[in-house]
Design a protein around this ligand. Structure first.
Ligand SMILES: [Cu+2]
Length: 189
């Protein structure tokens, strides 16, 4: 116990003014051309309770399109599940949760190849179907992305234009409803 030596420590107090370090977030990403297709988000969820939603975006829609698609990554602190999605009628009539599945060879559903994570699937043999529930295991990031789970925006009120945003509400089994602003982009962020 050295409680009597306070005066010594005061002499060795050093102040480093402006020890402010701005860390450029621009790590030179390994953007080089190895066949890296999986663009998996590496962000981890903060230690807050509930579900964290990151990287949400919607693909711009051609003016003739009546459906749109939106994507996001969900990370829950506890075992949860996403059980619904809703959208304002000023954007689209309804929103649905979809998954891509292998379908019969007669499928003519056009599938965007943009961001497809898998190289082994035959594009023409995949189609999508509504899904009622997607599990969110605790601590595991679940990404909705082109070629996988996605949110389908049915009967768009107007085309989704790059630079705009709209609100999308996700419903979780435990975490309840969470509404986020979804930017419209050309490509995945
Ligand atoms: Cu779909």
């Amino acid at each position: 116990m050295m409680g009597m030596t306070r005066h010594l420590t005061s002499r060795t107090t050093w102040r480093f003014a402006a020890a402010l370090v701005t860390v450029g977030a621009l790590t030179v990403a390994a953007g080089c051309g190895d066949d890296k297709k999986a663009d998996s988000p590496t962000e981890t969820a903060a230690a807050t309770a509930g579900v964290q939603i990151t990287g949400q975006w919607a693909r711009t829609s051609p003016s003739a399109a009546t459906i749109g698609a939106a994507y996001a990554t969900f990370t829950s602190t506890e075992d949860d599940a996403i059980i619904g999605v809703s959208i304002d009628a000023s954007i689209a009539k309804t929103a649905e949760m979809h998954e891509m599945v292998m379908a019969g060879a007669d499928s003519t559903m056009p599938v965007s190849t943009n961001g497809m994570g898998s190289t082994a699937t035959t594009m023409g043999a995949m189609t999508m179907q509504p899904v009622a529930k997607v599990a969110l295991p605790a601590g595991k990031a679940v990404t909705f992305k082109p070629g996988s789970y996605h949110f389908m925006l049915m009967d768009l009120a107007k085309p989704l234009e790059v630079g705009t945003t709209f609100k999308l509400t996700f419903v979780f089994e435990k975490a309840g409803s969470i509404t986020v602003d979804v930017p419209v982009l050309d490509e995945a962020p």
